[in-house]
Design a protein around this ligand. Structure first.
Ligand code: HEC
Length: 135
């Protein structure tokens, strides 16, 4: 009986870490997708491509929505706030770009940039090998 209990406890620990690693890998995927969209949005604004910019800004919005949900589950309210700021700024960019208002789109991009820096300062750690981690 005792052995079984220990085995079950061990198994639960392994499952816990596998799940943890998986969500962190997911997180990196969302972050990378958001960053890729941000680059395309900046190019779209420079080229004054309304529909293209709006589509990429919407993709960015949904990446930040997943990031926001991740932090909500973790219970880190400051990170939730930054993710929300990034999500609403993305939505504002999409709206402005659809309307052909690229000045407003640029203003929304500034608000987006503030959210990136704010969250990284408190929740992004740099590992010994130079890779980024969640803290
Ligand atoms: C709510 C918090 C939060 C917001 C908002 C946020 N980030 Fe991040 N970012 C992180 C965390 C945590 C990591 C470390 C984990 C990782 O690498 O995915 C990270 C990692 C990164 C990385 C490194 C990716 C890699 O190679 O591992 C880049 C680049 C990045 N963010 C860019 C941005 C940009 C650009 C924005 C704004 C448009 C942004 N981030 C907004 C939390 C955030």
């Amino acid at each position: 009986m005792r052995v079984i209990k220990i085995l079950v406890a061990l198994l639960a620990t392994v499952v816990f870490f596998v799940l943890l690693a998986q969500t962190d890998a997911d997180y990196q995927g969302w972050m990378k997708a958001a960053v890729a969209s941000k680059g395309k949005v900046a190019k779209g604004i420079a080229a004054k491509d309304g529909p293209g910019t709006a589509a990429e800004a919407k993709a960015m919005e949904s990446s930040f929505k997943q990031i926001e949900d991740y932090w909500t589950k973790k219970g880190a309210s400051d990170a939730v706030g930054f993710a929300k700021q990034a999500r609403t700024a993305s939505a504002d960019v999409a709206k402005a770009a659809s309307a052909g208002d690229f000045d407003a789109a640029n203003t929304a991009m500034m608000s987006l940039g503030g959210a990136c820096g704010g969250c990284h300062m408190s929740h992004r750690a740099k590992g010994g090998d130079g890779s980024f981690q969640i803290k």
